[in-house]
Design a protein around this ligand. Structure first.
Ligand SMILES: NC(=O)c1ccc[n+]([C@@H]2O[C@H](COP(=O)([O-])OP(=O)(O)OC[C@H]3O[C@@H](n4cnc5c(N)ncnc54)[C@H](OP(=O)(O)O)[C@@H]3O)[C@@H](O)[C@H]2O)c1
Length: 339
């Protein structure tokens, strides 16, 4: 099978940072689907995994964890899917990634793709949708059915991959979404996706929140640099409010402000369920199934903004360079394997 891989961890400026390779076909394990990959999306985790170092892989390493494709074969214990099903999923960071023609993935973290989307439009969604959904509903305990309707959610980083679907999911739950974006085009994108207010993260946030008539916000979703925002988060969170970060801290974080307010702080890592094979791992199958239904019902839309074709080393390098610029709006997808 064709695949895009790395053997060395090189800066994205190096044309050799990815190589086109031919690998033996993957074989499915008992609960695995073997998926013929049609489109893949790129995420900052991919560039973090590719961080330059002296490490050398003996076997080519395939990365990338966001895909849409067609089930080609199923393992002996698979019960949710059959060959021919069109699926989308994010996968498992502890297993090879999806930048290959054939890919093995546990059925419990896969769903049928939205019928109204093509493969590229579908591949834009799974990793980011799982992240935002779990952050709101599993970690911060917001009610997806709307019991917290009218509560305010400050989203740090509204226009990127997670923010683009995160705005839509938060609106579904009835929240008042205050998204941050710093450029006219990223601000316009947040509004287009349904953000009630857009404020500029390159300017102090408190005066902008107060200009909206608020002293505090009920929820804060940190989709960006946690260290940079920690003091602001402590200042802006409502007493007894909830905070969730999907980005780790580099330095210890002073707890005083958050503790004084008895605020809840939680982490969200969308790979946790697959990585530890948690008993509720199938929740990601259910979650992606709900997202597909909401897409097909016209409640959500794809976050795809740009497609590169085919899936090869050159285009993957271009995609990583774009991610590393830190200025992505929506999602970038690679589609098709060429002749
Ligand atoms: N824990 C998890 O499971 C999980 C899952 C997914 C992602 N993540 C992490 O979450 C982060 C965001 O992911 P993503 O896919 O949304 O990234 P992304 O698509 O690359 O985000 C790009 C956006 O970030 C915004 N941005 C840049 N600097 C910012 C700042 N200082 N403050 C606020 N926003 C800023 C930009 O907005 P402007 O252009 O308007 O400035 C841009 O639109 C990454 O670090 C990623 O690794 C974690």
């Amino acid at each position: 099978m064709k695949a895009v891989a790395l053997t060395r961890y090189l800066p994205v400026s190096d044309p050799q940072c990815f190589v086109d390779v031919d690998l033996p076909d993957a074989q499915p394990g008992p609960r695995d689907l073997l998926v013929r990959v049609k489109a893949v999306s790129v995420n900052p985790i991919d560039t973090k995994v590719r961080t330059p170092s002296d490490k050398v892989e003996v076997q080519p390493r395939v990365i990338g964890w966001d895909a849409a494709g067609v089930v080609q074969a199923v393992g002996a214990e698979v019960s949710l899917f059959k060959p021919g099903d069109e699926v989308y999923y994010a996968g498992d960071i502890t297993r090879p990634g999806c930048d290959s023609e054939l890919h093995r993935v546990d059925e419990r973290i896969v769903a049928l793709k939205p019928k109204s989307l093509d493969f590229a439009q579908a591949a834009a969604l799974p990793l980011t949708a799982i992240t935002a959904w779990e952050a709101y509903f599993d970690r911060m305990k917001i009610d997806p059915a709307g019991a917290h309707r009218g509560a305010s959610l400050l989203m740090l980083g509204g226009a990127g991959g997670v923010g683009s679907i995160g705005i839509q999911i938060a609106k579904m739950a009835g929240l008042v979404v205050i998204a941050t974006a710093s450029r006219p085009q990223s601000q316009a994108w947040c509004r287009e996706l349904g953000a009630d207010h857009v404020i500029d993260h390159k300017q102090p946030l408190r005066p902008q929140i107060e200009a909206l008539g608020l002293r505090y916000v009920d929820y804060i979703a940190c989709w960006s640099d946690l260290d940079q925002y920690w003091d602001t988060i402590g200042d802006l969170i409502r007493p007894q409010g909830a905070i969730c970060s999907i980005v780790g801290n580099r330095a210890p974080l002073a707890q005083d402000a958050v503790r004084a307010k008895s605020a809840t702080f939680s982490w969200e890592l969308m790979f946790t369920r697959a990585r530890f094979t948690t008993p509720d791992m199938i929740e990601q199958h259910r979650l992606l199934t709900k997202v597909a239904a909401l897409i097909d019902a016209g409640v959500f839309r794809t976050t795809l903004r740009e497609t590169l074709s085919p899936i090869n080393a050159s285009n993957l390098r271009t995609a990583h360079a774009r991610l590393e610029s830190g200025s992505m709006i929506g999602k970038l997808v690679l589609s098709g394997w060429g002749a």
